[in-house]
Design a binder for this molecule. Structure first.
Ligand code: M6R
Length: 351
């Protein structure tokens, strides 16, 4: 059941500390500062990595690819429906990673089948034991989020991000005390966000807006995309996410006093993104900052949703949780069918 929550989505948002603890269990060694994933003990990979995924899982893949690149691994992301082994070079040293919560998404399955046919090594990063993706791929790593009933992916996104962080460490054979401690601290930090979130008030302030924009750079760029997807999916309102620097290359024309802009201002990217915030403020748009540095940013924005600092890689995971809550409360105020939005299915089994 929903354990007293009005919707599975809200329950699953609150399950994130537990989901992340399960994802990390027996995979991080705090004494050695090392990461080891049992399922991947046979995986060898010196070549490039290609991620294939759809929707929220694609946003997780964008985040994961950046983690890999930061560790010196060549990594690219493809929307599974656009993946074409005839166009992208795939060889036997290529690792193709399908990121798929359900393990049943038709677009992702056909990309993985094509990768297998062309001789790549394949890995499924999935939540569902024995799913089609798990069976199709040479290797599988489970995200261990537990069943997700809400059509909107929430806890599984956070679990994918954490699993991808561990994968980046496994593939690069690099880890550190700091990295492992940051992972270990995430569940408690997520709990802090859940306990102290002002997202409901922000949702009430802007529930009548017809459009919402989300901006972030670096590790926050996929979070901006994910924030917008969640908003569209459950409120049926127009929402767009952009890499913060792209706003001035077109979308800025849409920004008015009626379009709240959610800006991810975490880690070391703050000053550039603050520049983008000033651009939207010059158009009188209300700005909500999701930030670990409220002292630096609060004078530039209308609302602050604070998150603890988890370093430049992981603070965006916390920022996303604030966005999940904002979307949830807007949809809730509107009386939407939050767990089963119109036109959508939990797993999309047609191409
Ligand atoms: O099961 P998958 O991760 O392969 O699903 C991919 C997308 O259909 C899914 O993430 C979708 O975008 C979510 N409903 C978003 O909340």
């Amino acid at each position: 059941g929903k354990s007293g929550y009005d919707h599975y989505m809200l329950k699953e948002i609150h399950e994130q500390p537990t989901a992340i603890r399960k994802c990390l269990r027996e995979r991080v060694n705090e004494l050695e500062g090392s990461v080891g994933v049992e399922e991947l003990s046979e995986l060898e990979c010196d070549g490039p990595v290609q991620f294939v995924a759809c929707g929220t899982s694609y946003h997780a893949a964008l985040y994961g690819a950046r983690l890999l690149r930061e560790r010196g691994i060549r990594a690219q992301c493809f929307l599974a429906s656009e993946y074409d082994v005839g166009m992208v070079p795939v060889s036997s040293d290529t690792l193709v990673v399908g990121v798929t919560q359900s393990g049943e998404t038709a677009d992702t399955m056909s990309a993985l089948r094509a990768a297998n046919r062309s001789g790549a090594t394949t890995l499924a990063l999935t939540n569902v034991v024995g799913s089609s993706a798990a069976r199709e791929c040479d290797h599988v790593m489970y995200i261990r989020a537990g069943p997700e009933i809400g059509v909107a992916a929430t806890k599984t996104f956070a679990s994918q991000q954490v699993a991808l962080a561990m994968l980046s460490s496994v593939l690069s054979e690099e880890s550190s005390m700091e990295f492992v401690e940051r992972l270990r601290d995430l569940p408690d930090q997520i709990q802090q966000v859940l306990d102290g979130s002002q997202a409901r008030g922000v949702a009430e302030a802007y529930e009548d807006s017809d459009a919402y924009f989300f901006i972030g750079r670096g590790y926050n760029a996929p979070v901006a995309l994910e924030g917008a997807l969640k908003m569209k999916e459950i409120t049926y309102k127009h929402a767009e996410g952009f890499a913060a620097g792209e706003l001035k290359h077109g979308p800025l024309a849409l920004v008015t006093e009626k379009t709240p802009v959610f800006a991810m201002l975490t880690g070391s990217d703050i000053s550039k993104t603050l520049g983008n915030v000033k651009e939207v403020e010059a158009r009188s748009a209300p700005v909500v900052a999701v930030t670990d540095s409220p002292d630096t940013v609060s004078r530039y924005v209308d609302h602050v949703l604070e998150v603890p600092s988890a370093g430049s890689r992981f603070t965006p995971i916390l920022a996303n949780i604030q966005l999940q809550l904002v979307s949830y409360w807007v949809a809730n105020r509107m009386g939407r069918s939050i767990d089963k939005p119109r036109n959508l299915a939990k797993s999309v089994t047609v191409e």
